[in-house]
Ligand binder design. Structure first.
Ligand SMILES: *Cc1c(COP(=O)(O)O)cnc(C)c1O
Length: 368
């Protein structure tokens, strides 16, 4: 939930009528507080990685008169290597696409393949329906149950009925943190394949999860596209790098709707250095998972109801006041959480241990 109200557009402004009621995506930005609201990785890029980036930059900067490599060849190769190593797979550069954050990947996909509409299961990542609106893609919403699980029988029936061009699954899901099992993903892959639709699996938090990656479905189900990001596990949100793994023909379709030279040479160069150092950048993932489990235990001890999470955040409820009031009271104590618009719930991103301690101290005042 954001605090913004729909804009009153001047009558000379020809904004598309279907967009007139929308408000920009974004969490409130408040300075001077401990921000645990956007699922960033709290660990800074290690000094030695920064030093390597600086040695790489002069060559990039001297060549800024030239367009970047349109096809991001080296970067896609490095991403394929990373995925192959971490998931024991055998993808090549023709299975990879990269863009300015996974949000741009999602937009490019909708532009290319959204003609028959899209289906998602809420509550989930609210940017999916927002990009659908902005790209003129019809959006249908299926449901998750009270535990944020997807009823696979119902979901596959809905897919058979609606025949969407795109079906979205976020796993681990945002804002709940819950994961969809590999066997359920396979059922969805089969149901979407039967209606000649794509299954887009948003794995923004995959590195924090113990589930097998959906990339393992691609060989059998060429209609599966896995979308990943370097923003969360790689601690690289500011650089804006997301990517997709899928069948060659999907990558070819993305080439049609991507903007020419969409990924700057600076971004490509910095991301390459980051991937060369992936063990260093990913080193804190295990520490964040351990902190997640510790914070979940502490919240439960205080009497809160915590949703089991496979990501770098926790969704929880049980405040003695309603959640907007709890959110406000936490801001007053210097802690910024996310009100995701689910009644009774707030979402906390796992921060540095000291930040998590501040959070736990502040939240104790709101226990049931
Ligand atoms: C954070 C997030 C993204 C966006 O990541 P960027 O790569 O930074 O654009 C995509 N999907 C989900 C579910 C996310 O939570």
């Amino acid at each position: 939930m954001t605090n913004s109200k729909p804009e009153k557009w001047p009558d000379w402004l020809p904004i598309r009528s279907e967009l007139a009621e929308l408000t920009p995506y974004g969490a409130p930005q408040i300075s001077g507080v401990t921000a645990l609201n956007t699922n960033e990785n709290p660990f800074a890029v290690p000094r030695e990685v920064v030093a390597q980036m600086l040695t790489r930059l002069p060559e990039v900067l001297e060549n800024l008169n030239r367009y970047p490599d349109r096809d991001a060849t080296f970067l896609r190769e490095a991403l394929a290597n990373y995925i192959n190593k971490s998931t024991k797979s055998d993808f090549s550069i023709s299975n990879l696409w990269a863009a300015n954050g996974s949000n741009e990947i999602l937009q490019t996909l909708m532009l290319a393949c959204g003609g028959r509409g899209a289906l998602g299961f809420t509550p989930s990542y609210s940017v999916h329906p927002l990009i659908a609106k902005a790209t003129g893609t019809d959006w249908s919403a299926g449901n998750r149950d009270d535990s944020f699980d997807i009823d696979i029988e119902k979901a596959t029936a809905q897919i058979a009925e609606l025949k969407p061009g795109l079906t979205f699954i976020t796993t681990p899901n945002n804002p709940s943190g819950t994961a969809t099992s590999f066997s359920d993903l396979e059922k969805l892959a089969s149901a979407t394949k039967a209606v000649k639709g794509l299954l887009i699996i948003d794995e923004a938090y995959a590195e924090f999860s113990a589930e097998v990656s959906a990339v393992k479905l691609i060989a059998t189900y060429p209609n599966v596209v896995v979308v990943r990001t370097m923003s969360k596990a790689f601690a690289f949100a500011g650089a804006r790098v997301g990517y997709a793994i899928g069948d060659e023909s999907i990558v070819k379709a993305l080439l049609v709707t991507r903007l020419p030279y969409h990924l700057s040479s600076t971004t490509q160069a910095l991301a390459l250095v980051a991937l060369e150092n992936s063990p260093l950048l990913l080193a804190e993932v295990a520490a964040l998972v351990a902190e997640r489990e510790r914070v979940a235990r502490e919240l439960s001890k205080l009497g809160f109801d915590v949703v089991p999470s496979s990501a770098n955040f926790l969704l929880f409820r049980g405040f003695k006041v309603d959640s907007p009031e709890a959110w406000k009271s936490l801001v007053d104590s210097g802690i910024l959480l996310r009100d995701v618009g689910l009644e009774g719930y707030l979402r906390v991103t796992i921060g540095l241990p000291i930040e998590n301690e501040q959070f736990l101290a502040a939240i104790a005042a709101l226990k049931p």
